[in-house]
Design a binder for this molecule. Structure first.
Ligand code: HEM
Ligand SMILES: [Cu+2]
Length: 579
């Protein structure tokens, strides 16, 4: 755009300016990628400890147990169990999935796919990463406190999270860490939104943007609006804990204050529901593009997909109350939230059908990024359907706070977003690092993960439906649940399998980046697709585009019958070939 001169960056010279305090969106993207993958490992270990405790209560956690919990002979103690599920949820959502999908791919893809040389505000971008790093440091440090880390669940409802429920400093640090992360993400979001608006290459209308950019852009908008809401809630919580205010103090009204724990829930979910869409939208966008690329067909109804994603974004701001049916809001409010929640099914069904339309009669190439994308279609289908049971007040009253909810949200976000993230890593690896991940190990990774995760999350929905409450230390103290022990053991073995399935990925990833030598340089466009990032060398140079490209067609021009023999796609810089 005319009023935003884009210069060619000069190459940074020192290690520090190149890899540590880098202004380059591509390097910042990679920093976030490593950050997220480390988070995934940490959160994953915690998940295995949780599962071990549930399947084998009272037994020492293998290998690490004796090291971590010497006072109990290696058994996870109850208060530690509460910290584990709290930190697991917090780390997975905010320090693993968010940095991978939004931090890494948001940074990496947005400028490249819209034909820009960098983000609009590179300094802000760098600060956003380092504030996120500080936030992670604070969170992890809280694990070493004498009274331990936060233990009030990832939602940290009062009274669990006020001084009465958690006297230690862990909860305060948790709130501070998330507040900082909110600051970091808001900075990132402002950058993404502005970059998409002002730096799109000449000729690129909104509907010419790849759907990945659409997803990331809508996510950034949600982030910019709703993270500050969480920030406000956390600030009040910190005030309650540190300065003795009573915003969320139960029973405060009965004495002199005006506190109400339910107020926190409103504030949390006004942020929290959009947050779950913040996580899923980038994955949706990426999958929508990849399905088209690997089916060698234009994305079916791409405009409708973009518009459905937009309407889901808007609707997602209006449904938060479905997390609070059991708090006795007025029936009118409850039913309004139910109706609005159900309404989301309409745009969801539209773009889900578009996914199926895209692969229908395609000449599908089953490369690793594609099988991960097909995996997303499958698990998101299941996750979305289970949402309907929770959206219905009458069924939710029974299912609320059971493992059914846990199964639902793991299908929708753990499974869908994780698989979507992996699809993206396998797909953009050659552009990011100039090397391919090994296909064979990629497929092994996919199948073990897929089998494991369905065992885990399907199992969760079954025990939840049978009445198993979430967050119990030893559910089998209740007689009616003894019959579920075998299913719980099955879930745990599935989780172990899923955990083992990540090892091929980690080895593949680390080996490829640091040790693998490609025999020949990776071609600019190994997958034969037309979006702008594939028009430049792999890995892309510091300044991305020597000349800012001029866009002449959409991102999914594949399989046009008028193309010359032997060519089945067009670059976005090429005029559409007509008969
Ligand atoms: C497709 C339509 C969806 C519907 C109708 C739906 C509905 C619901 C409802 C009603 C609840 C509350 C259940 C309860 O606590 O009793 C819930 C929980 C949840 N959903 Fe969904 N959902 C949908 C999609 C998603 C997506 C796409 C994600 C994430 C990417 C997601 C993530 C979550 C999370 C994290 C929770 C639980 C939060 C907690 O209590 O810790 N949902 N969902
Ligand atoms: Cu929700």
């Amino acid at each position: 755009m005319a009023f935003f001169e884009q210069h060619i960056h000069s190459e940074p010279k020192t290690f520090i300016s190149k890899y540590i305090f880098s202004f380059d969106h591509k390097v910042i993207g990679k920093q976030f990628l490593w950050y997220g993958i480390i988070g995934l490992g940490l959160g994953g270990m915690m998940a295995l400890m949780i599962r071990w405790t549930l399947a084998f209560p009272g037994e020492a956690f293998p290998v690490l147990g004796h090291l971590l919990f010497p006072s109990t002979g290696g058994v996870v103690p109850p208060d530690t169990y509460a910290m584990l599920f709290t930190m697991h949820g917090t780390i997975m959502i905010f320090y693993a999935i968010t940095p991978i999908l939004i931090g890494a791919f948001g940074n990496y893809l947005i400028p490249l796919q819209i034909g820009a040389r960098d983000m609009v505000f590179p300094l802000l971008n760098m600060l956003s990463f380092w504030i996120a790093a500080a936030s992670a440091l604070i969170l992890v440090a809280s694990l070493c406190l004498p009274l331990g880390a936060a233990a009030g669940g990832w939602t940290s409802y009062p009274t669990l999270s006020t001084l009465i429920g958690s006297p230690g400093a862990g909860q305060t640090l948790w709130s501070l860490a998330l507040f900082l992360l909110g600051v970091s993400s808001t900075m990132g979001a402002v950058n993404y939104i502005t970059t998409v608006i002002v730096l799109r290459a000449p000729g690129m209308g909104y509907f010419d943007m790849p759907l990945s950019v659409w997803g990331l852009w809508l996510t950034a908008i949600l982030n910019a609006i709703f993270l500050p809401v969480l920030g406000a809630g956390l600030l009040l919580l910190i005030f309650d804990r540190v300065f003795g205010t009573t915003f969320f103090l139960a029973g405060a009204a009965a004495t002199t204050g005006t506190g109400d724990p339910i107020l926190y829930q409103h504030v949390f979910w006004i942020f929290g529901h959009p947050e779950v869409y913040i996580l899923i939208l980038p994955a949706w966008g990426i999958v929508s593009d990849l399905l088209s690329f690997f089916a060698r067909k234009p994305a079916f109804g791409a405009k409708a997909t973009a518009l459905s994603m937009t309407s889901i974004t808007i609707l997602s701001t209006l449904v938060y109350g479905h997390h609070m049916y059991t708090t006795q809001m007025s029936p009118l409010l409850t039913q309004t939230f139910m109706t609005l929640t159900m309404t989301i099914s309409i745009p969801s069904a539209i773009f889900f059908a578009n996914w199926l339309g895209t692969i229908w009669k395609g000449s599908i190439r089953f490369d690793t990024p594609m099988i991960f994308s097909l995996g997303v279609v499958f698990v998101f289908g299941l996750g979305g359907l289970t949402g309907l049971y929770l959206a219905t007040v009458t069924t939710d009253l029974y299912l609320h706070d059971t493992y059914f909810v846990v199964g639902h949200f793991h299908y929708t976000m753990a499974a869908s977003v994780l698989l979507g993230g992996y699809a993206a890593i396998y797909f953009w690896m050659p552009k990011m690092f100039g090397k391919f991940l090994n296909e064979f190990w990629g497929k092994v990774h996919f199948w073990i993960t897929m089998i494991g995760l369905n065992g885990v999350f399907m199992g969760m929905m079954i025990v939840g439906y049978a009445g198993m409450h979430r967050r119990l230390y030893n559910p089998f103290v209740y007689e009616f649940m003894e019959k579920m022990i075998p299913i719980n053991t099955f879930i745990t073995y599935s989780a172990l399998l899923m955990g083992l399935g990540q090892i091929p990925f980690v080895i593949n990833f680390v080996y490829t980046i640091f040790f693998k030598k490609e025999k020949e340089p990776v071609p600019n466009n190994p997958w034969n697709v037309g979006t702008l990032e594939w028009t430049i060398p792999s890995p892309s140079p510091v300044y991305n585009f020597k000349e800012i490209p001029v866009v002449k067609c959409g991102p999914h021009e594949l399989g046009n019958p008028n193309l010359p023999e032997g060519k089945d796609f067009q670059y976005q810089t090429e005029e559409i070939v007509e008969a």
